[in-house]
Structure formats: structure tokens, C-alpha cells
Write a protein that binds this ligand. Structure first.
Ligand SMILES: [Zn+2]
Length: 133
């Protein structure tokens, strides 16, 4: 399912909505606060917007470290440790994909802004949105 957000130019967002959500990572209303914080932080470091879900990644790293320690201390069996490591691997891939999709969307948005500014999209709607049904 596609993200339900409508962008400033009136175009529908092209990113895929997150699972069980109506919006993509970049437009998820539930993440608006987090986004504002991140945007502010990104602005402070140059505004390239990279590494958005930083908090989530840090969280996963902490949890993984705990799992490793538990396996080492024999608090967790190697079987359980192995399953957990697989699940964390999947989780990391999901986070990475979300991040990439958000990055791509941001790039597309910037490109469209540039194109509009240069008058390349002066006639929006004429062949400019092949996806809209
Ligand atoms: Zn979106």
C-alpha cells in the first residue's frame, strides 16, 4: 500500500506505507515528534538527513549486546541465542529498508522541488504521475 500523504506540491507520496500503517516512515503522523527532533538534529550537523532511525538502531545494538553477554554467561542457551540473532538480523534489515525508503523519498522530494524551481514541472498532472489511479 502506498503512503497516504499528500506533499506540498499536491502530489501523493510515492513511498510505501509501513506495515499496518497508512503512511511511510517519513510521513507517519505517530512519528511527527521524532521527525521534528531528528530534523532539528540533522540541521545541526549539516542537514543531509542520513541515519534517521538512529535511536532504534542504538536500541537494537544495546539489546544484541545483552543477548551476547547472556549467551557468554550461559544465562541463555546457544539455541535461543541463535534464534535471537536471526531475528535481530531480520529486524536490522527492516530498519535499513525503512531508512533507505525514507532517504529515497527525501531525494525524490528534493529533486521535484528543484525541477519545479527550474520550471520543468510547470504542467503538473500531464504525464507526471503515472501511478495515480
Ligand atoms: Zn510518505
Amino acid at each position: 500500500m502506498r503512503c497516504a500523504a499528500i506533499k506540498d506540491g499536491g502530489e501523493r507520496c510515492k513511498a510505501l506505507a509501513m506495515e499496518g500503517a497508512t503512511h511511510c516512515y517519513a510521513h507517519d503522523p505517530r512519528r511527527a515528534d521524532e521527525r521534528r527532533r531528528n530534523a532539528k538534529r540533522a540541521g545541526e550537523v549539516g542537514g543531509n538527513g542520513r541515519g534517521r532511525p538512529r535511536g532504534e538502531l542504538a536500541q537494537v545494538r544495546l539489546e544484541l549486546r545483552r543477548v551476547i553477554e547472556d549467551v557468554r554467561a550461559n544465562k541463555l542457551g546457544t539455541g535461543a541465542g541463535s534464534v535471537l540473532s536471526q531475528l535481530y538480523g531480520t529486524l536490522l534489515r527492516c530498519i535499513e529498508q525503512e531508512r533507505r525508503s525514507a532517504e529515497l523519498e527525501e531525494l525524490v522530494e528534493r529533486l521535484e522541488t528543484l525541477e519545479r524551481a527550474r520550471g520543468l514541472r510547470s504542467t503538473p498532472g500531464r504525464g507526471a504521475r503515472p501511478w495515480t489511479g
